[in-house]
Design a protein around this ligand. Structure first.
Ligand code: BGP
Length: 462
């Protein structure tokens, strides 16, 4: 079988500022919540490795862009760091940051690689978190101003902007499940953070359109299709709740310009609605995007709850469903995530059938594996499992496109092994192996496979 992709298909990968740059408190940069959290609780991070150094992109960007070229990338997504560009969050722009990002963008373009730029990838400046982070509407204003600074500085060359990467993750991590700072467990505060993030997104889109910058603006969402255990009405309802909370809470505002009435009713029923202001509706309506980035790693399988909830306990999403382990599911044991390739097709089909078939691309997909050293053959990691992972997902993606989905590209997470938040360097995702001691970079087998696939605009397989 030949799996050929449409002309000008985007082949590339994604990464983020904090996870790759290093120099997290040099070059005029201020601390993010990650730097501050690591300083106070280093034991929360795998092997107590923090964000200070990560993958040294700040120093090795030229060499790394040469590697992207070698991997036949025609596009590459990274993020700008708010705390590097505007160290106090709202004031002066840091000239060292401007010089760095200009150099990176110019070099990408010189190598024929289109830069895709995210404005916020989990890295809240600590100064803004001290003001309450996304709980405070002032931070929403400050974000819109930061966005404008970025458009003004780099908009002559960057044509693909993304306001947020996976905006629901800081909500889940910081305000429900304790894997991001500020480690709060409080649904109403989580809902406020989510709501204000949508406002921040819409404010940046409004700024972009008002400024008549060229190019397009979008957002990157991690979509986790919700599969019910069975067709029993209670299981279906459980899947619908999970979908409303984890997917449609961002998908509907950015594609339809409004929240699903069902979600609003649900939060109202449990007294969890955030405070709204009259002009918010207009603003949210203006946040409809030009391009959707889809991060897909795993499905979400749910069933109706087996037991009653404790009404004294804090309200949590799991009041509305239980997780369900499908017998025979395929797992990535290192990350603990199910691998389910048809999920990518189901997401695209849902977008085509229910959201007017928006322009989109796969902005992340990938497989983190622990101790890849054991797969070294002749000095190179032979990560055949990753090649299989990518090709199986690409087959389902191809099917979606052949049925009319407007999926314009495929970006892998990630180009080079990088720092995975609390997991630090436990699981490696890269096409390129990073030796943490020497900072040596060696292309893995999957990197070679990807380079060929990108060059041929597809691959041949049974
Ligand atoms: C996505 C994030 C990335 C990246 C990736 C892998 O959710 O956008 O920042 O880290 O997941 O997940 P993890 O690093 O948690 O293993």
């Amino acid at each position: 079988m030949k799996y050929l992709f449409p002309e000008n298909f985007w082949w590339g990968s994604a990464c983020s500022a904090l996870q790759t740059e290093g120099e997290s408190q040099q070059g005029g940069k201020s601390a993010t919540t990650w730097d501050a959290w690591y300083a106070s609780q280093p034991w929360r991070f795998h092997q107590q490795i923090g964000p200070q150094e990560t993958s040294t992109f700040y120093r090795h960007w030229r060499q790394d862009i040469a590697l992207l070229k070698q991997l036949n990338h025609n596009s590459f997504r990274t993020s700008l760091s708010w705390s590097r560009l505007i160290p106090d969050g709202t004031g002066e722009v840091n000239p060292q940051a401007v010089a760095f990002y200009n150099a990176v963008i110019d070099e990408l373009l010189a190598q024929g690689i289109t830069p895709f730029i995210t404005l916020f990838h989990f890295d809240m400046p600590m100064v803004m978190q001290e003001k309450g982070g996304w709980e405070n509407r002032e931070v929403v204003q400050a974000f819109a101003r930061y966005a404008q600074v970025c458009f003004d500085l780099f908009g002559d060359r960057v044509q693909h902007w993304f306001t947020f990467n996976e905006p629901i993750v800081p909500v889940e991590g910081g305000y429900l499940y304790d894997f991001h700072y500020p480690n709060v467990v409080d649904f109403k505060r989580a809902a406020t953070v989510a709501y204000h993030t949508v406002l921040a997104h819409a404010s940046a889109v409004r700024t972009f359109r008002a400024g008549h910058y060229s190019g397009e603006i979008g957002i990157v969402l991690n979509l986790t299709p919700s599969y019910p255990r069975s067709q029993h009405p209670m299981d279906l309802q459980a899947a619908n709740y999970a979908d409303l909370l984890f997917n449609r809470s961002f998908l509907d505002p950015v594609l339809r310009g409004e929240y699903p009435p069902e979600l609003v009713a649900l939060l109202k029923e449990y007294d969890q609605l955030p405070a709204c202001q009259p002009d918010d509706i207009t603003l949210i309506g203006e946040g409809v995007i030009d391009l959707l980035g889809i991060n897909y790693y795993q499905p979400r399988r749910v069933k109706c709850r087996d037991s009653a909830v404790n009404p004294q306990a804090p309200f949590m999403p799991e009041w509305l469903f239980d997780y369900y382990e499908m017998p025979g599911r395929k797992m990535n044991p290192y990350r603990g995530w199910e691998i389910y390739e048809p999920g990518i097709y189901d997401i695209l089909t849902n977008l085509r059938e229910n959201y007017g078939n928006p322009r989109c691309f796969i902005s992340e997909n990938g497989m983190g594996v622990e101790n890849e050293q054991r797969f070294i053959e002749n000095g190179q990691i032979n990560d055949s499992y990753r090649i299989e992972f990518v090709s199986e997902h690409l087959k389902w993606l191809h099917k979606g496109i052949s049925e009319g989905c407007q999926c314009l590209g495929y970006h892998m997470w990630t180009f080079i092994d990088n720092w995975s938040w609390c997991n630090a360097y436990k699981n490696r995702y890269g096409f390129v192996q990073l030796d943490l001691e020497t900072q040596q970079r060696i292309v893995k087998k999957s990197g070679e496979w990807f380079a060929n696939t990108a060059a041929l605009n597809g691959f041949i397989q049974d």
